[in-house]
Design a protein around this ligand. Structure first.
Ligand code: GLP
Length: 249
């Protein structure tokens, strides 16, 4: 395992450091396949990437992207869908070819169809060069929730109560929060050549500690990253607080 942990002072610093790693990937390989993530944590990194593009330092014209997940039942026009999130936070502001940006199809009701189509897309783009990940307070990555087993490929998940509640802040009412999602599986994620995980705030401290130093278990999905040979974690002081308290870094 090669896991490098970068400590950031705060959210801004974390965002800048994460964006620098993504920018380096695009500069090294202009036709890179980026695995992208949603959630509030990567927003600042995307802002930095947009800034880099506007300054003329970054060119997304040959980049392909595959996103981790999408809510089942939401269309790309729905302002809570992950497709909408990606458009508004990144794709609309850079010169990426939108036809080369992929997100699972939330409107496909047939889960098997939606998932196998997405696995095929990931394969057809030649796999992922750099996968960006956030982490849920319960250690989930993408929407791979704590479970009895690791799920290999893209699959449909029933979101846990804690995830539904955590996501409720973005919806007008609890009833509107989708209860299911399509997500890349562990094999899709672990197949990436490099993984960049970002974490901010005390709410992530336990999940981060358990993922890095706890046993590898599907009950803490991010713990599987211990088996990857190229993981970079960029986390702020609050997210690293438990790791530091235990003297691990
Ligand atoms: C959602 C997403 C994850 C993300 C997580 C944490 O569940 N599917 O990819 O990592 O939320 O979100 P946040 O960064 O807002 O804490």
């Amino acid at each position: 395992m090669t896991m490098t942990i970068y400590e950031a002072r705060d959210y801004q610093d974390m965002s800048k450091k994460a964006a620098n790693i993504i920018a380096a990937q695009i500069i090294m390989k202009p036709d890179a396949v980026l695995g992208l993530a949603t959630g509030s944590t990567p927003v600042g990194a995307y802002e930095n990437l947009v800034e880099g593009y506007k300054k003329g330092d970054l060119d997304f014209s040959k980049v392909t992207s595959v996103n981790l997940d999408e809510y089942k039942g939401l269309s790309g026009d729905n302002d809570q869908s992950y497709r909408y999130f990606m458009n508004t936070n990144l794709f609309d502001h850079v010169n990426i070819n939108k036809e080369r940006t992929f997100v699972p199809n939330g409107l496909e009701e047939d889960s098997q169809k939606a998932c196998s189509a997405y696995n095929e897309i990931i394969e057809s783009v030649g796999g992922i060069d750099l996968q960006l990940l956030g982490i849920g307070g319960n250690g989930h990555i993408g929407f791979n929730e704590p479970d009895e087993v690791f799920h290999a490929g893209t699959h449909c998940v029933d979101l846990t109560e804690s995830t539904i509640q955590a996501n409720a802040r973005f919806f007008a009412s609890m009833d509107e929060v989708p209860k299911q999602a399509y997500t890349m599986g562990i094999q899709n994620i672990m197949g990436a050549k490099k993984i960049l995980l970002v974490a901010s705030g005390e709410g992530k401290a336990k999940a981060l500690y358990d993922s890095i130093y706890g046993p590898i278990t599907p009950k803490v999905p991010a713990s599987v990253l211990q088996l990857h040979n190229d993981v970079v974690i960029v986390a702020d002081e609050a997210a690293l607080s438990l790791i530091k308290e235990k003297g691990e870094c």
